[in-house]
Every structure is written in C-alpha cells, then in structure tokens.
Design a protein. Sequence first.
Length: 225
Amino acid sequence: MGRIAHSTVAAAAGALLALTLYLVLFATPAEATLGVVQKIFYFHVPAAYAMYLGWAICAVASMAYLTRRGDRIDALARSSAEVALVFAAIVMISGPLWGRKSWGAYWTWDPRLTSTLLLTLIIAGYALLRALGRGEPERRFAAALAILGACVAPIIHVSVTMWRGQHPTVLGETGGGLAPEMVPPFALGLISFTILFAALLAARYRLELARRRLADLEERAAVEP
C-alpha cells in the first residue's frame, strides 16, 4: 500500500469512526436494561472482530513462514500480531466496563472472559518474544505459538453455549438480537474498525520492512572495510 493509498484509508477510518461515534451517542436508543452502558457494545464487538482478524492473519502468515521462510511473510506475522494486541487491549478494557453494569463486578471468571484473557496473553507473549529475540529460533518458536494460539479463538466463540457462562449473547441463534435502529451503527462500527485495522496493519508492516532494511544496511556497513 503506497503512501497516498494509506493516507486515504487512514482518513476514511477516522471519518467512519467519527460517524459511528455520532450515531451511537446521539442517534441510537439506549438499551432498556443496561441504559447508556450498552453503547459500549458498538465498539467492544468490532474490536473483538479486529482482534480475531489480526491474529488469524498472524497464524496464517506464521504457517507460511514455517514452510517457506521469507522476511516479508515474517514481517506480516509480527505486524498483524501487534495490531491484534491493540484491539485486544480495547476488548479487555471495554468488557469489564460493560460487566460492571451488567453483573455488578468488573471481572468474573466467565468462560468467554477467561478464554479471551488467555488469547490476549498469548498475543502479548508473541509480541514480547518478537521484541526481545530477533534470531531464527525465536522466529520459529513465535510462529508455532501463533498457530497454537489460533486454536483458542474458536473456544472463545463457543464458550458461552458449552459452559453456560454469564457473557451475554446478542448475535446468533440464542441471542436476543438487535433492534432495527441498532443495526446501522453496529454495521458501521464493524466497517470502520475493519478499515482502521487495515490502516494500522499497513503502517506497521511498512515500518517493519523499513526497520529490517536499516538493520541490513547497518550490518553491511559494519563488515565492509
């Protein structure tokens, strides 16, 4: 993605996020039980989706790296994991704020909360491993960790129905669903967070490639007479 294209995507993400915020705050009714706190839903769920998307890209890129190697595919894996960590942080902050109103406590060891925390720790562990170790063994170990961590995502999805957790199910066959006027801001939130994810990933990927080119130039300069 070129600079002009990236700037366009970033501007689109900012505009859509601003529009989403406006719709959520001023044009969407409050939920009857939770009140205004329910509006966290419009950002919490899209952030979780972006987290899944980033970690899925990291896992696929990691599998490709283990079979083919290559700096670019490894750079993509590392970049997508770090972006996924950003959205995981949003999920882990917004979720307890919602839970405080819904359950009377910021945290309960609900199956979905616990499995989401586990995935967040795995993503953070991957990012920390890549930051501290830059050799081939660290890259391969991190790739295996990404593939293993990808198995946690399906557990998060089915945890509520499998273990009857407290986490509310809004979407799906057992969920309460959304009122018609709640659908547009939610759909817009998903779109805006997806575009924001693309902008952040492109920026982090370009930065990672530039960092690696600089490291190669420094290494060459050190060995040349």
